[in-house]
Design a protein around this ligand. Structure first.
Ligand code: DUC
Ligand code: ZN
Ligand code: ZN
Ligand code: ZN
Length: 483
């Protein structure tokens, strides 16, 4: 059945105009003023609403086995909560145990994700190195639509990789036309700090922030940028939370490096004082890595988004309930790291970004959807209101307000880090694959209706091609090939 969205104002990353949108077969079929409804079409009145590409959250961890437990949000509950907040796609992470096959792990995660209610895709983490990893990266890009590989520079003794692996893996990603991504924190420094804080008797959640200061992120971000620069590889840095990392990205970009940075809305509005709370559960609720920062960093993150030096927003949605967080009651290093927020991502960014005048509505669309689609090579299938694009659309009510609360949210977690925050701007209706899945406060999701989205590799730049040629051939040959 077709769906006609009538009377709304379309907002894309480029422009804003009044037009109707006709969806059928899961795609946008027509855009224009006063479109005629085909017989049998459902008509949706979008009067007074903005018609925007559905949000794409490029960083989630549904049902992730992590730090001795498993994230409480599964692929169904998590994508459903995302749809309630106007997000129509997630890119989650396959994180193989060190030594495990990337391909087998990918298949395991694909199995878990079959219950998703919205479209999804996967970054695959490189957690060790071997000839098999080299080969499986090729298979994943060629046969499974994976075009991004994640590297944890932290979590020593678990999933952390060293510079040698970064060099090898970035080189391999470049040769495949894939983009490396990093969690940038110096894991050696974190492990050292954790030990020394515990030895001093600092065991509470305040120790978490003390063990991971801003400089530790700044150093790792710069190191990843340096390594990518040596090779000529592009780089995407997840959850940029410090002025230091934001500046390193801006410097690299000014020097011509293809480096992208992602920001989490929670890092824009919540600061490190949350760890000072004397109540363990209240403070532990905010334990995530990188941790919440001293307030002045927020200014640099907003500036990055406003200037375009930082391009995307994600949630790092990784839900652990209070009883799970309690595992670290006597030792902050055992508190499972992670915060949830996929349902509130768009509202928090609209309220604090657009309503405050920091961002235009088009910039909001860019940082919540279109830029991610472009960086991860799914644009204009996703992140666009264009004929032929997937009909993943949010009808945005810019003037209604709601108060965020665990009592009313759809996320499978027993608290909300934004509890009590009043936000203006909300998803009135969410459309996924041309179907209404959230409308007037009611979810109409179907378990398993989400599809796996293939992301093809990138065509290589001339510069990257010539570097690979130079590396693979004797110098004389590379010169003679005339590149
Ligand atoms: N940080 C978190 O807080 N949770 C999951 C993984 C990560 O890097
Ligand atoms: Zn190779
Ligand atoms: Zn991370
Ligand atoms: Zn993460």
């Amino acid at each position: 059945m077709s769906l006609l969205i009538r009377g709304g104002e379309i907002v894309t990353a480029e422009r804003r105009y009044k037009a109707d949108v006709l969806c059928d077969q899961g795609a946008i079929q027509a855009i224009g003023p006063d479109l005629e409804a085909p017989s049998g079409a459902e008509i949706l009145d979008a009067g007074g609403l903005l018609v925007m590409p559905g949000g794409i959250d490029p960083h989630t961890h549904m049902e992730l086995p992590f730090m001795g437990t498993v994230a409480s949000e599964d692929f169904y509950t998590g994508t459903a909560a995302g749809l309630a907040g106007g997000n129509t796609m997630i890119i989650d992470f396959v994180i193989p145990a060190p030594g495990a096959s990337l391909l087998d792990s990918y298949k395991t995660w694909r199995g878990w994700a079959e219950k998703a209610a919205a479209d999804y895709s996967f970054h695959v983490a490189v957690t060790h190195w071997s000839d098999q990893v080299h080969e499986e990266m090729g298979i994943l890009t060629r046969d499974h639509g994976v075009n991004s590989f994640k590297h944890f520079m932290a979590y020593k003794g678990a999933i952390m990789v060293d510079d040698d692996i970064l060099l090898r893996s970035f080189t391999r990603a470049l040769e495949l036309g894939a983009i490396p991504t990093v969690h940038a924190e110096n894991g050696e420094a974190v492990a050292f700090m954790q030990k020394s804080l515990l030895a001093q008797g600092i065991t509470g959640p305040e120790g978490h922030a003390l063990s991971r200061p801003a400089s530790v992120e700044g150093e790792a971000a710069q190191r990843a940028i340096t390594i990518a620069g040596l090779i000529g590889a592009p780089l995407y840095i997840v959850h940029v939370s410090t002025e230091e990392a934001a500046q390193a990205i801006a410097r690299a970009r000014a020097a011509g490096q293809r480096v992208y940075g992602e920001v989490l809305p929670q890092q824009l509005v919540i600061d490190e004082t949350v760890y000072q709370n004397k109540d363990f559960a209240t403070a532990a609720a905010y334990v995530m890595s990188p941790p919440f920062r001293p307030k002045h960093h927020q200014k640099a993150l907003w500036a990055g988004l406003m200037s375009g030096q930082l391009q995307t927003t994600a949630t790092d949605h990784c839900a652990f309930c209070a009883p799970q967080k309690a595992a670290g009651k006597d030792n902050f290093t055992l508190i499972p790291n992670g915060t949830a927020g996929i349902e509130d991502r768009m509202s928090v960014l609209w309220h604090h970004g657009v309503s405050t005048g920091r961002l235009t509505p088009s910039e909001f669309v860019a940082i919540t959807s279109t830029n991610t689609a472009k960086i991860f090579n799914i644009h204009p299938r996703k992140g666009a209101i264009e004929i032929g694009a997937n009909a993943d659309i949010v009808l945005w009510d810019a003037s209604s307000s709601r108060t965020i609360s665990a009592k009313t949210h759809h996320q499978n977690i027993d608290f909300n880090i934004y509890e009590g925050m009043e936000v203006t701007g909300l998803a009135a209706t969410t459309i996924s694959q041309g179907k209404i899945v959230w409308h007037k406060g009611e979810l109409r999701t179907v378990k398993g209706s989400g599809r796996y989205i293939n992301r093809p590799c990138f065509p290589m730049t001339f510069e990257a091609l010539s570097k690979i040629n130079a590396a693979n051939k004797p110098v004389g040959v590379a010169l003679m090939s005339g590149q």
